[in-house]
Design a protein around this ligand. Sequence first.
Ligand SMILES: Cc1cc2nc3c(=O)[nH]c(=O)nc-3n(C[C@H](O)[C@H](O)[C@H](O)COP(=O)(O)OP(=O)(O)OC[C@H]3O[C@@H](n4cnc5c(N)ncnc54)[C@H](O)[C@@H]3O)c2cc1C
Length: 179
Amino acid sequence: MASMAFPLVRSPTKSTTIFFHHKEQTQNVNGLKFVRGKKLLKDLCTWGIGGPCNYFVQVFHQTHLLSAIRYRHEFSVPYIVIGKGSNCLFDDLGFDGCVILNQIDLLERIEPGVYRVGSSFRFNHLGILSCNEGFAGLEFAAGIPGTVGGAAYMNAGANGQETADSVESIDIVTIDGKF
Ligand SMILES: Cc1cc2nc3c(=O)[nH]c(=O)nc-3n(C[C@H](O)[C@H](O)[C@H](O)COP(=O)(O)OP(=O)(O)OC[C@H]3O[C@@H](n4cnc5c(N)ncnc54)[C@H](O)[C@@H]3O)c2cc1C
């Protein structure tokens, strides 16, 4: 049995406050680079469909994620956290909010068959890796093209197996940016 622990974020919907000057294309905040109005959602999902998002930021560490969420929360900007976008269908009109692209990619072996995995780690890689190391429970993951975070959020499953059966614990970032 493989076990996982990884940070997750819920996606709230709130009204938007536009606080960028319209001519600004990027803004650096606490080491985070927010891109304004240029990133197309079609480039972030498997379907290849979707217009621009108002704000776009990539997070590579938990601290980035906390900062991004706190910052968006402070300005009442709606946001969504995405992984590989393999279960997202976006609107051609785009998203009047902030897309946070999860890039928190880590893997630690806690003990044999127990892994601590970053939420952007590829779920299919985790399935193959744990199988190759001799552990059962995530064989189905090998065919799922998303992230570990996406799989946990969706409780991805196939062939009679599901993600929840192999999860021991999950670290969660709340909608107001608390770990
Ligand atoms: C070819 C193909 C085959 C597939 N086969 C299967 C299958 O067999 N079984 C199955 O269950 N699914 C399958 N899927 C669907 C999809 O791959 C899974 O649902 C996958 O778990 C989504 O992961 P993702 O990283 O792409 O999530 P995304 O599409 O990026 O996001 C999906 C949802 O999860 C949320 N989310 C993502 N990451 C996080 C996070 N870190 N914290 C909080 N919320 C988050 C997003 O906000 C969004 O609401 C398939 C998809 C494709 C394209």
